[in-house]
Ligand binder design. Structure first.
Ligand code: ACM
Length: 676
């Protein structure tokens, strides 16, 4: 409601007629959109005389914020800017005013609000806390654009605060190891779109990725040498805090724990020896919840790991316990019987009840996947809802805090619009009372890493995570998909500027695929295909952590922007007929250059059917345009022939989908009618 009110107010103050949810959004390229923005008149010029002053509360973190701002502005504009601060605020281009210190350890209660006034004379950004200033600095950098006069920021007044306190990104560093630089560049990108929690999935069947000094065989035998040292974790936590981002560690237990048992087989519910898992899926090895030694070990491990992460939450995983080892261990079965437990859910609940005081003893609150939820657990746990939105609503109804991840799985390779439309307070949560709804803290985009490597992970996270960031920060009524895409395109380019490798890796991967040929013509095909969705790749062939992820499906983006724009044009054909025809001709003729390129590369031969389909589907589209232009409906036999062709082309090849098929289907339907 807050957002709606502010937009109405804005419409009145700025004299804008309110058509969609936010008329002014079309003037600026901000993502997430601020809670309230009033346009001013004129622009603040950004040139070599740009100076920053700090006012009010000071701490080293704020000097670092100012220094990074100057560096980034210099990189964004190409204008050399001397470092250092302006001591007289009156002479500064941008004044950063902070009221007071933020929380010693940033939490969900941190004040992230800020206000910004840009006039042609000066920009003034003020916030109660350093974190609020960081959020405002990102807005300021997004406001700056190049026009015929040079770089400038539009005059505006912004009052902004987040809708949800928990706006996260989870990165799985287990299925594929992600070195520090991957995390650092993603932290920078998160900060750029005001995300504030990095959830590190640190242990799973395929790897134990953090150094334990107490139980060193965990990483020595369970990680293939790929783990973060404790010193690196400390460095990472500081790096994130400097950017207003919390880091929440996850040790997944009692399932998803094969890698623990390579060094400590006695912790498992089944017999050893155990190897690091190389495949993807759900596996049997599970902690033995009936032995006291398990809890002694967990007390030692959680104590050690919790001390490295200042955040108030510790994630215990808890997902996908298949129960196979529990059902085949006589002493565990006897334990269940003696305790009157009816099933493995009861046993997992027993495990969680034992785990809870250990987590608390080390100063943390417990968060886990929705399987951990049980009304017997204390009210300060957080439930991370991944199997559906119902568990989120149910937890909130019972007074538990929860965050939403169902619908935000970036590894499903969906389009930004798909993620954008998922709202924590919609669906099952739509009927909560305001008090119940207040227990929903926000959400987290999840990047499971079965099908990503350090090379292509950014292309799955971005720009979709920016769409999720807007959903979690901006007022609920900010939801126009067209506006989102228009702004996302600009913001996405700025994310490249903070180090996101989405575009640079794409070109490197295409060049590798092309071998000694120029990759230029390969982009024609790569730009119109998308990886198959959700968990489909797991069923497509036998993948392991040792498989090369170097095929076209690994380079292709989750959403083909070219196909999306083509589909939009095809939907509004009268206005775009020439552009559509030109595009179809280029695709029809691409075959000539593409086929020799694909044939000469061992990695690309599997994509030949896609290149054939691209050409023949484009030809069908061109014929459809001709029929419509002729003013006569296309013959039935032609329509049937094209439908067969399109149905075949709609099937995946080499785990890729050809994204021009559906828009061409609409052209064929128009030809059948003989009109648009
Ligand atoms: C999960 O996706 N297993 C939490």
């Amino acid at each position: 409601m807050k957002g709606h009110t502010s937009v109405l107010l804005l419409a009145i103050t700025a004299g804008i007629t309110l058509g969609s949810s936010s008329a002014w959004a079309e003037t600026y390229n901000l993502m997430p959109q601020p809670a309230k923005l009033e346009p001013g008149s004129g622009r603040l010029v950004i040139d070599g005389s740009f100076r920053v002053a700090l006012e009010g509360f000071r701490e080293p973190r704020l000097d670092a914020v100012a220094a990074r701002l100057i560096q980034r502005l210099s990189r964004q504009t190409g204008i050399p800017l001397p470092g250092g601060l302006e001591s007289e605020p009156g002479k500064a281009t941008l004044v950063l005013h902070c009221d007071h210190a933020g929380e010693e350890i940033q939490s969900v209660r941190e004040d992230e609000s800020y206000q910004m006034d840009v006039t042609p004379q000066q920009a003034r950004l003020s916030a109660p806390t350093p974190v609020g200033l960081m959020r405002g600095v990102e807005t300021f950098l997004q406001l700056i654009e190049l026009d015929a006069q040079g770089f400038s920021a539009p005059a505006v007044h912004i009052t902004d605060h987040p809708r949800f306190a928990w706006r996260g990104l989870m990165i799985d560093v287990c299925r594929h190891w992600m070195p520090m630089e991957v995390l650092q560049r993603n932290i920078d990108a998160m900060a750029a779109v005001k995300l504030n929690v990095l959830h590190l999935h640190l242990s799973d069947d395929q790897g134990f990725r953090i150094e334990s000094k107490k139980y060193p065989r965990l990483q020595e035998l369970g990680s293939d040498g790929h783990y973060y040292t404790q010193a690196q974790i400390t460095e990472l936590v500081i790096y994130a805090r400097d950017r207003g981002i919390r880091v929440v560690p996850e040790m997944d237990m009692p399932g998803h724990s094969t890698s623990w048992f390579v060094g400590y087989p006695e912790l498992a519910s089944g017999p050893g020896p155990v190897q690091i898992e190389r495949k993807w899926g759900v596996f049997n090895p599970t902690l033995d919840p009936t032995r006291e030694e398990t809890y002694t070990f967990l007390d030692g491990l959680i104590g050690e790991i919790a001390a490295l992460f200042p955040d108030e939450y510790f994630h215990v995983g808890g997902d996908e316990v298949n129960g196979v080892q529990w059902n085949t261990n006589a002493s565990i079965m006897a334990f269940k019987k003696a305790q009157g437990m009816k099933d493995n859910a009861d046993l997992q609940m027993y495990f969680n009840r034992r785990l809870m005081p250990i987590v608390q003893k080390h100063g943390k609150k417990m968060i886990g996947w929705d399987e951990i939820f049980h009304p017997d657990l204390p009210k300060d746990i957080v439930v991370q809802s991944w199997r559906g939105q119902e568990s989120l609503a149910q937890a909130a109804r019972l007074g538990y805090m929860s965050i939403l991840s169902h619908g935000y799985y970036l590894d499903h390779a969906l389009a930004p619009a798909d993620y954008y439309q998922v709202d924590p307070l919609a669906g099952a949560a739509a009927n909560l009372t305001p008090e119940q709804a207040s227990h929903i803290l926000g959400g987290e985009a999840c990047m499971w890493s079965e099908f990503v490597t350090p090379e292509n992970i950014d292309s799955r996270i971005w720009p979709s995570a920016a769409a999720v960031a807007e959903r979690l920060w901006s007022p609920q009524d900010v939801k126009a998909v067209d506006s989102m895409y228009r702004r996302l395109e600009v913001v996405s380019r700025k994310l490249d500027g903070v180090g996101v490798t989405r575009n640079s890796s794409y070109m490197l991967m295409l060049a590798r695929l092309a071998g000694t040929h120029s990759p230029e013509s390969l982009t024609t095909l790569a730009d119109v295909v998308e990886p198959i969705k959700a968990y489909a790749r797991e069923g497509a062939r036998e993948y392991t952590s040792l498989t090369p992820y170097n095929r076209l499906v690994d380079a292709a983006r989750p959403e083909s922007e070219v196909a999306r724009i083509f589909a939009e044009r095809a939907d509004h054909l009268t206005a775009n007929k020439d552009a559509v025809r030109k595009q179809l001709i280029a695709w029809r003729d691409s075959r000539e250059e593409l086929l020799p390129l694909l044939q000469q590369s061992a990695l690309l031969q599997e994509d030949i059917p896609l290149a054939e389909d691209l050409s023949s589907v484009a030809r069908a589209g061109l014929e459809a345009l001709d029929y419509v232009d002729s003013g006569h409906p296309a013959p039935k036999a032609w329509v049937e022939g094209q439908t067969v062709l399109l149905n075949l082309a709609a099937k995946p090849h080499a785990e890729l989908l050809l994204m021009i098929v559906e828009p061409v289907r609409k052209l064929v339907a128009a030809a059948e009618r003989g009109s648009w």
